[in-house]
Ligand binder design. Structure first.
Ligand code: URP
Ligand code: ZN
Ligand code: ZN
Length: 480
């Protein structure tokens, strides 16, 4: 008589603290036991493999709407394929507000689009227009609906908010009990630099990096932290590109500010020289903040190791090269300002990080699990995700640490027509992905039914409660 529906047998179980040989017993959608000599109606042999929680990618742009009503080419179905192929089982993607419009109707459209997902998903709500109604009514309604994180852009036309708008959003998040995530770059500085570069005839993709050097990101990061500190509202800084920026975060963490940091594989593996590749190829590496240099990557690894940066997400962005909205849509000689920013990385995130991090001797397998699954689940209130423990969802990836793979775009199984990592050799690759007890990928073949993904409603949780440090003890958010 079998004890469990499924047993994953004989692998090395990796948790954020430990690695040990054990079997995992699964009933229905959940892990129910971790131990020795478990028996199941179905046995999956994991000998020679690492058994890790399915990746939690807390920063992915999927089927994101544009103001004209069209959406990114990366659909919830193609994103699910890519995520499962790469060992990721849940994502937090974005719902966007457009200036001059309310949140409600567009959120309904996002929810309808996401209904086809195979991945489990939640949303960060982008706030671009903090009107009285958004602040007083829509943000509390979002939180009541289980969307417990907001995203603010301090740059980009037409998304950015000014300091006053940012303060209003921070205060609303504090009142409602939501986390605020922030894209930190200085809007005016980038605009000024861009105009100067274009006037000087510097138009090629590599000048994207010149238009937004480190100081532009560092200033906005410092300012975001300072304003969050004023309101006593927890924040996460998105896509930290180098250690000068992380140092601002480390200083604030050391004085008790609740600020967390994320970086992405592109900042660990690419440099601004990639944007100087011949022809239009440089555009494949354009994202914001811009990739820096090898020194910056080494600095980031140190900040990961010290714990300043606790989450590594993909910032997967659904821009193709070709097509009406692709990177080449303004022509092969478009100036850098007219080329959409963002890179695909949902399918490659875990393999890149494992190879460079664990294979490169920079982090342990336990740290890999913490950075890619456990910590994002903790930070965003997903208590049943990102961990191998009785009671958790049976989201599991079996990982062959010795498998050498040359990354190719077709392996990514996304709707994007390139990967910036084409031809890169990685060591360590997922061979099986399980989502809530169901095998959804085996040896690169994804099999999952559209619509089987689940919305992850997020309730209140202690991790993101305000620190309780207010200047003069005055809580301005109660009166603003
Ligand atoms: O260049 C990037 N990162 N594009 C995606 C949008 C964002 O800023 O996160
Ligand atoms: Zn961003
Ligand atoms: Zn992003």
């Amino acid at each position: 008589m079998s004890e469990f529906d499924t047993v994953i047998k004989g692998g090395i179980v990796v948790t954020p603290r430990d690695q040990f040989r054990a079997d995992i017993g699964i009933m229905g959608e959940s892990i129910v036991a971790i131990g020795a000599d478990l028996t199941g109606a179905r046995t999956i042999d994991a000998s020679g493999l690492l058994v890790m929680p399915g990746g939690v990618d807390s920063h992915c742009h999927i089927e994101q709407l544009r103001p004209d009503g069209t959406a990114d080419e990366e659909s919830f179905i193609s994103a699910s394929m890519s995520a499962f192929a790469g060992g990721t089982t849940s994502v937090i993607t974005f719902a966007s507000q457009f200036k001059g419009r309310p949140i409600g109707p567009s959120l309904i459209e996002y929810q309808a689009r996401a209904a086809s997902s195979m991945l489990d998903y939640s949303f960060h709500q982008i706030i671009t227009d903090p009107t009285d109604d958004v602040i007083a009514t829509e943000i509390p309604a979002l939180v009541a609906a289980g969307i417990r994180s907001l995203k603010v852009f301090l740059t980009y036309d037409p998304l950015h908010v000014d300091d006053r708008g940012f303060l209003r959003i921070l205060a609303a998040a504090r009142r409602a009990g939501a986390l605020v995530t922030v894209h930190c770059e200085n809007y005016a500085a980038i605009g000024w630099m861009t105009e100067a570069l274009l006037a000087a005839g510097h138009v090629a993709p590599k000048y994207h990096a010149w238009s937004r050097p480190v100081v532009v990101e560092r200033e906005a990061t410092y300012r975001a932290i300072a304003l969050a500190e004023l309101v006593d509202q927890p924040i996460q800084i998105f896509h930290v590109s180098c250690s000068e920026v992380a140092e601002e975060i480390a200083r604030a963490q050391a004085r008790g500010v609740k600020v967390w940091a994320e970086t992405c594989p592109q900042y660990l593996t690419l440099t601004e020289n990639d944007m100087d590749r011949p022809g239009f190829d440089g555009a494949k590496f354009m994202c914001s903040p811009a990739p820096r240099d090898a020194h910056a990557a080494a600095g980031l690894w140190a900040q990961i190791k010290s714990g300043t940066i606790g989450v590594i997400s993909s910032d997967h962005s659904g821009y193709r090269i070709e097509g009406p909205r692709g990177k080449r849509s303004a022509g092969s000689d478009a100036n850098f300002r007219d080329i959409p920013n963002g890179l695909p990385g949902l399918g490659a995130r875990l393999a890149l990080l494992f190879s460079e991090g664990v294979g490169g001797g920079r982090i342990s397998a336990s740290e890999f699990v913490a950075l890619t699954a456990f910590n994002p689940a903790e930070l965003f209130g997903l208590a049943h995700k990102g961990r191998l423990a009785p009671g958790a969802d049976a989201d599991i990836v079996l990982w062959d640490p010795a498998k050498q793979v040359t990354l190719r775009n077709e392996m990514m199984q996304h709707a994007i027509d390139y990967t910036p990592y084409e031809g890169k050799i990685v060591t360590g690759f997922p061979v099986l992905t399980m989502r809530r007890g169901e095998v959804v990928m085996r040896d690169g073949v994804v099999q999952a039914k559209p619509g089987t993904g689940r919305f992850m409603a997020r309730g209140p949780y202690d991790y993101i409660k305000p620190a309780g440090h207010l200047a003069h003890g005055f809580d301005a958010s109660l009166h603003a």
